[in-house]
Design a protein around this ligand. Structure first.
Ligand code: SF4
Length: 444
């Protein structure tokens, strides 16, 4: 008789490797039109992550799968900012994220009562919740950056895990070897990741190794206890086209690949974060390189923004890159709003950014032949063919804006819109096929 205790199964990857299909795997399978075994196999080998903290599951969250063969997920960033703290506006953004089809909300609060906002968000939203504990560390510990200790930083991570955060961006890959490459090879925009720059500053001033890298095993223990998915932050993502796919970005990606394997070995789910800014013709290769170096871990991408000069319209520059990145292998898109590089987005910016990113993700899913991805497009074609406006709203990614614009500009000819009025091509051809005589010049 064996005296060894069986290891406790806690995380989705633990259960998957033990051959067990969890309720979350079933839920993902149902929504994605996949067999539960398809999901289990890929969770077991890390190609799919189901970020679902055991605390958030108890509060009734929905399960979302991120990774191979699944629909591309979309994240909305929000949170209380020190320079423009307005909790009511942030709650408006939460409502928009939920109503308009985001899959995740990242709470990037970095000022004031961050824990209260985070806990209420986890209590109330069924969407995946992500955070960046590094943003929160200074206010949470009430210490300046360079006075923060490794224990302080890990205390913040533990607090977020206890609160029920499903995935945390942690910049574990920016170690001394990567910063050496960065300093030796140089960059036009240096480091543009907020968390990455804080850690770089901390490492430079204290002379210490990145604690999330040095004590990675300890970090994994906390994540395992609550089934927090680590989203390995890309501190060295390119902040301009000039820096994309350079030595620094690649050096960090190699480290992230090694950290993926260590996370999986510890029974922790993992995703990897990616660029940034990147010329359109470089994106597909970057996605393939990430999947190769990071052993097919789900790839969570910000854009990439395909030009640096779209200021004021960066939801568009990012959506163009998002469509290419997702159709080339990225699994999860972080939205970008028109306020990118300019200011904290307002609620309208959030809607505009979310819709641009949803369109990019959906376009990619059609190209990737994700099961049933095109169903609504085909229904929309049928509704348009019949000039059935109510059916069109049911198919639209944003039915509210479409209906509002249509109703604000009533057409004189029934069934048409003011774009072509009585010369509506759809109506004309329908009438021809119905055998109705038309005389556009004489009709009412
Ligand atoms: S009026 Fe023109 S734009 Fe409007 S539904 Fe007809 S064909 Fe389409």
């Amino acid at each position: 008789m064996s005296t060894q205790t069986e290891p406790k199964l806690v995380t989705q990857i633990d259960f998957a490797r033990a051959g067990q299909i969890t309720p979350q795997m079933k839920e993902v399978a149902e929504r994605e039109h996949r067999d539960p075994e398809y999901i289990r196999e890929r969770v077991a080998d890390g190609r799919i992550a189901i970020p679902a903290n055991i605390v958030h599951i108890k509060k009734g969250m929905r399960a979302f799968g991120v990774g191979e063969g699944l629909s591309t997920k979309v994240n909305v960033n929000l949170g209380i900012s020190g320079d423009k703290a307005d909790a009511a506006e942030e709650w408006k953004k939460v409502k928009i994220a939920e109503d308009f089809g985001a899959d995740a909300i990242m709470d990037l609060s970095n000022s004031g009562k961050t824990r209260q906002f985070r806990q209420q968000l986890i209590d109330e939203t069924p969407l995946m919740v992500g955070t960046v504990p590094m943003y929160d560390a200074i206010d949470y510990m009430e210490k300046p950056l360079v006075k923060l200790t490794k224990d302080d930083l890990f205390e913040v991570v533990r607090a977020h895990a206890e609160d029920g955060v499903d995935f945390m961006t942690i910049h574990c890959g920016i170690n001394k070897s990567v910063t050496k490459t960065f300093k030796e090879t140089g960059r036009l925009m240096n480091i543009v990741s907020r968390g990455g720059s804080l850690l770089f500053g901390w490492m430079e001033v204290t002379g210490n190794e990145n604690p999330f890298y040095e004590f990675y095993d300890e970090l994994l223990e906390i994540c395992h206890e609550y089934d927090v998915t680590i989203s390995l932050g890309d501190s060295c993502r390119p902040g301009c086209l000039y820096d994309s796919n350079d030595a620094t970005e690649t050096a960090e990606m190699i480290e992230l690949g090694k950290l993926c394997k260590r996370a999986w070995a510890a029974g922790v789910q993992v995703m990897v974060e990616g660029p940034g800014h990147m010329a359109l013709d470089e994106i597909a290769a970057n996605m393939k390189l990430q999947k190769r170096l990071c052993h097919n871990a789900p790839f969570y991408v910000l854009g990439p923004l395909v030009t640096d000069i779209g200021v004021g319209y960066d939801h568009i520059t990012a959506a163009i890159g998002g469509a290419i990145s997702a159709s080339s292998g990225a699994d999860f898109l972080c939205y970008v709003t028109p306020a990118e590089h300019l200011c904290l987005p307002n609620a309208q910016d959030v809607l505009d950014g979310l819709m641009a990113t949803k369109i990019a993700a959906h376009a990619a899913d059609i190209a990737k032949k994700v099961p049933h991805a095109r169903d609504m497009d085909d229904k929309m074609g049928q509704a348009r063919r019949k000039l059935d406006w109510d059916a069109m709203w049911k198919c639209a990614l944003d039915p509210v804006t479409g209906k509002k614009r249509y109703e604000e500009s009533p057409a004189a000819t029934e069934g048409t819109c003011t774009m072509c009025g009585k010369m509506c091509a759809v109506r004309t051809v329908n009438k021809i096929f119905e055998g109705t005589t038309i005389d556009l010049g004489m009709e009412d």
